[in-house]
Design a protein around this ligand. Sequence first.
Ligand code: FES
Length: 372
Amino acid sequence: MSCALPTFAASPAAEPAPPFAVLMELTHRCPLRCPYCSNPVALESASAELDTATWKRVLDEAADVGALQVHFSGGEPCVRKDLEELVAHATEIGLYSNLITSAVLLDRARLERLQRAGLQHVQISLQDAEATGADRVGGFKGGHVKKLEVARAVVRQGMALTINAVLHRHNIDRVNDVIDLAMDLGAGRIEIANVQYYGWALANRAALMPSREQLLAMDAAVRGRLPELAGRIVVDYVVPDYYARRPKSCMGGWARRFMNVTPRGRVLPCHAAETIPGMAFETVHDRSLSDIWRDGPAFARYRGTDWMPEPCQSCDHKEEDWGGCRCQALALAGSADATDPVCEVSPAHAEVAVLRDRDAAALGTEWTYRGL
Ligand code: FES
């Protein structure tokens, strides 16, 4: 998921400004098996998923808390037969609906039903610019061709299309082809989203990490094309974490812009927050989204800047990057309280470079596919 989203004014400590969007992970079921899946290592089963009535109630609560958008996500949200009903409900209560999908389960008839229900935006993930590589990464034969068909149908039907392209060692050299493909499909936006190493992806880091040479070539290619692309397609791009010198503003800042609801109804400040040990998460069965957003312990834990250690506390950028990514601090520095090791002033920054260079040199490492 890209973090390049509009910024909001700083929230007063007592009453936080409303979230911009609520991401509803309707299910963890997914026909693809991407080795960089960002869903938790332990997936929630279909039998644990919230039912339609509860998701509708959660949508009502998303509107109550002041969110403007709802992202229907997963896993693959199209496995839910009630997707149209949920989109229609979101439309009725004034929420802007975005579908985040692999697209392989969609066809024109269902797209038309979703559009009639009020769906306004579709985000489709691409695994590569060409079918062989894409289908190999996704572990789904014929998936790439299907995605292209659906992407063209989205644009033909007049809905907004974003292409999310996840780059790694095996496709990063084709970044120009990926951009050209997104333009050809008629996308209004492309997320050039390098793999983020949480969850399942962390275990596959040595199979996916690009080399410094690959990174520099990709970075030059993207930056070189930005003037030509301006006004034609919106490009969301940030330097990938392991090669960056400054941390990204993950989620636009912890508990500042987004809420995540998992398939069984846990309410999280970010999709990977469950990796943080000792953190208690409330569910939609415990309290309303408004109450959880206002003072839920997990949301309050890293909101704002008071929690920051030095050198973050004295940093001029602390209200730009909001301390970077807590889940990455946990994964790389062993504590979610630590300075994000991506930052060059973190005591653990040098270790990130060692891990990165070791994994980038591990050519021939096979990845492990995501299993259901
Ligand atoms: Fe960045 Fe959790 S993924 S804070």
